[in-house]
Design a binder for this molecule. Structure first.
Ligand code: DQA
Length: 143
């Protein structure tokens, strides 16, 4: 079974970007963590990152018929993108939303998640560990 992990804008800046919020580990460490978590659960996985909304929509569409589950951290597009919500609904691939930080305890505008409306579950505030939790959820959901 194959999982597509999608990371949105500015997550490639991990380690540099607001380390007091997002931690000191870089994006390569997050990719390694997600790949490892998937492998431990017996999933094949592809990790994709883009700073562009349309590229994320394209990647979700490409997953149709090819991947069994999606783990998505849409980053700032979480709070703005109806296009990503619609893409997730269009492909209807079981999806789980992840955020490194606890979006609900930050600014009010971060409390709205469009993508989350098409996701089975959200893990927010667990750092990298949220990606493992999402993969475990999908493992149970898909069996
Ligand atoms: C984030 C939370 C978003 O509000 C923010 O725009 C991000 C990262 C997180 O992982 O905590 O870029 O998705």
């Amino acid at each position: 079974m194959k999982i597509l992990v999608i990371n949105g804008p500015n997550l490639n800046m991990l380690g540099i970007r607001e380390p007091e919020l997002y931690g000191k580990q870089d994006y390569a460490a997050l990719v390694a963590f997600a790949e490892n978590a998937c492998a431990e659960l017996g999933f094949e996985c592809e990790v994709f990152q883009s700073n562009h909304e349309g590229a994320i929509v394209d990647k979700i569409q490409e997953g149709y018929g090819k991947v069994d589950g999606i783990i998505i951290n849409p980053a700032a597009y979480t709070h703005t993108s109806v296009a990503i919500l619609d893409a997730l609904k269009a492909v209807a691939i079981p999806a789980v939303e992840v955020h490194l930080t606890d979006v609900n305890s930050r600014e009010d505008f971060r409390k709205v998640s469009y993508a989350g409306m098409a996701c089975l579950k959200t893990y927010a505030g667990f750092g990298f560990e949220g990606y493992r939790m999402a993969a475990e959820f999908l493992k149970n959901y898909l069996k």
